[in-house]
Structure formats: C-alpha cells, structure tokens
Design a binder for this molecule. Structure first.
Ligand code: SF4
Length: 365
C-alpha cells in the first residue's frame, strides 16, 4: 500500500515583502501563505518554501503508441511509457483528462515510482521513450527532470505533453531535458484562453517560439477544435499564419476532435467536416504536415511528401500502414527531406494500449 510522502523542495519561488511566498514556475504566480497550495494543487508552501507534493507519485502507467501523444514525426510506430501525476495549472472547462487534472487529493495516485524505476520499466517493456502526459508536467518539473535524467542514462528518450504555460526561467531548464514535446495551442485568441482556461495565450506562443529557435527539441502542436469556441475559419487562418510566420512550415499541426466533457457539456462533438476544413486552411497557408485526430480519417492522418505529394507514412488510427521513408527521413520517391526524428523502419507497436504496474519503490526522494 502506498504511504504518504513529504513534499520535495521545489525550485523557482521567492519571498514577497508581505511575507507570502510566490511560485515562479508558471504565469499564475501563486502567492501562498504557510500551508496553502497553489492552483495546480501539487505545489504548496511548507516551512516557508515551495515544495512539490507529487514527487514520485503517479496516476498510473500505460504503454501507448507514440502517435497517441500525438507525435507523428518522432520515432513513428514505437511504444511510449506514459504517466502523469495529479492537478493542472490551467482550468480548461473542456478538459478531456479531468479525472486526473482536477484531482484534489491523491486518490488517483496509484504508484510510487522513483526516476530510476521508471527508466528501468521503460527499458524492460521495450519502450523507446517515456511521456509526461495526462496532466501538465510543468507543475511537477523537478520530478519530470529527474525522470528525464534517469532515462537519458538508459538510452530512453523523453516526451513532454504540455500546454506550454510556463515562465521563461523554468522553461529553459525544463526543455533542456526533453527530447520531444507536443504543445497544446488551445485556441488563438486571448479571449478563449481567458474565458475557457483562465489563462493567457501570449506565454504559450513564447514557449513555441522558444522551442523552435532556442532548442533542438522536436515538437508538434495540437489544437482541440471546439464547435463555436475556437473553430472559425478566421481563427484557424490566424493560427496558421502565425505558425508559418514564427515557426516555419515544418512544425506539424494536429487538429483534434472535442468530445463534451467536464464543464463543457453543452457544446456538440466536433464534426469531421470541421477538422477537414481546418486541415485545408492550414495546408493552404503553407504548413506542410497537418493532421486530423480523434476521428477515423486515414487521409488526414497520413504524412505526405511536401515536394512530390507521395504518402510517406500511412496510418489507420495508430497503425502504420505505409512506410516510404529512408533511414535519414527522405522521401522514397523524390528524396526530399521530411523533418522529424526517424529511423530506418517504423516501429511495430500498433494501436495497443497496455496498463503497466510498477514495482513500488520505497525511496523516491
Ligand atoms: S505552478 Fe502551480 S503553484 Fe506555481 S504558479 Fe503555477 S499554478 Fe501556481
């Protein structure tokens, strides 16, 4: 049975003139009295410092296809050991993982796992990477970074699935340890972020520009399209134009389908034609790799050569059905380079999802 553990000393905070302690991890800048928790729930003030109360505590482990993160240009077809903790630093009304991200106690926490135990589990299960997902790893960055370091020592890569809502100083440290990321760009207006996420768009755009221009992290972008909220052609045009202008044509963009959940149950599911419209708009704007997600759409989930139009990678859900890429990521027909992290052949994990129970680690701190 899991035992409660003490919080681990957190980084990025300072004491204010009025005696409160401010957390400087994300742009919420929670100002805490002794014993208070931040909005994310997992960072708290304890003995006049900020501690991470979720260190070593996971909401369970699963082996997923890497395409489920979604990442279509990072070791396609390979399995990724995935886990999260509890809590979140945004309050999205449409959250699709609310049972984890809104957890306000640790009843979701199933496993105690040291960084070394997670890296070992990835090696033993044949995973090529470990993903911090289900909730945002920004809020448990000290744990995520220790896991990433343990993984690198074992030749395992790491993937951050994040909303990119992080301040500039921790952003540098956090992404230095990541090999790949999928960043949720939840909408393309400050109004959307304010009204539906109680956050801001600008820091997310800063994270995207930082990743592109200051790191070697392979990253892709996901926008969940919500009918009537962020799915107008004008908003998708604006987002696509920004991506082309600030990030260039080679950052893959995924438009995924919303299902009514959490506090947004009055909006309908995203119709497939909206996803196809968004894909057309972004492709017309010049983005080379645009995908639909959460629907069965093999044409919208294939990777095409931007020069000759050949299918480079065909997909049926998370199964790889076609592979026409050389080991260095070139089109098998015309030799044009496709950006990403590729090997000579696709992995063979397929669409399986497999729960994993880690052996309980006694020493997680
Ligand atoms: S990481 Fe958590 S505690 Fe820190 S500012 Fe963000 S929401 Fe507040």
């Amino acid at each position: 049975m899991n035992q409660p553990i003490e919080g681990k000393a957190g980084r990025y905070w300072h004491v204010l003139a009025d005696g409160r302690v401010q957390c400087d991890v994300c742009p919420r800048y929670c100002k805490l009295h002794e014993g208070q928790r931040g909005l994310c729930f997992v960072r708290a003030r304890q003995d006049d410092q900020i501690v991470l109360t979720a260190y070593g505590r996971s909401s369970g482990f699963c082996i997923d296809p890497i395409e489920k993160k979604p990442l279509n240009h990072f070791l396609p077809g390979t399995p990724v050991l995935s886990f999260g903790t509890a809590g979140c630093n945004l309050t999205c009304k449409f959250c699709q993982n609310w049972d984890i991200s809104k957890a306000r106690d640790f009843d979701r926490i199933q496993d105690l796992a040291s960084p070394a135990a997670i890296a070992e589990a990835a090696v033993q299960s044949g995973c090529r990477s470990v993903a911090f997902t289900y909730n945002d790893p920004v809020i448990f960055l000290e744990y995520a970074i220790d896991v990433a370091q343990a993984c690198r020592e074992r030749g395992i890569k790491t993937v951050a699935v994040s909303a990119g809502y992080i301040c500039s100083e921790p952003r540098v440290e956090f992404f230095r340890h990541m090999d790949a990321a999928n960043i949720d760009l939840k909408g393309f207006s400050e109004g959307f972020y304010k009204n539906l996420c109680s956050g801001k768009l600008a820091p997310v755009l800063e994270t995207l520009e930082y990743l592109k221009h200051e790191t070697n992290v392979w990253f892709e972008i996901t926008t969940l399209l919500i009918p009537g909220a962020n799915d107008s052609p004008a908003e998708i045009e604006a987002e696509s134009a920004w991506v082309i202008d600030r990030l260039g044509p080679d950052v893959p963009l995924h438009f995924t389908a919303f299902h009514p959940d959490w506090k947004l149950t009055d909006a309908p599911p995203t119709p497939p034609h909206t996803l196809r419209m968004a894909r057309r708009v972004a492709t017309r704007a010049g983005i080379r790799y645009v995908y639909t997600g959460n629907v069965h759409d093999p044409a919208g989930q294939a990777t095409y050569c931007h020069a000759c139009g050949s299918v480079l990678i065909g997909r049926d859900w998370y199964d790889i059905t076609t592979w026409h890429l050389s080991a260095d990521g070139r089109c098998g027909k015309c030799g044009t380079c496709c950006q990403g992290v590729f090997e000579g052949a696709a992995g063979e994990w397929g669409r399986r999802r497999q729960a994993v129970r880690l052996r309980v680690s006694e020493h997680v701190n």
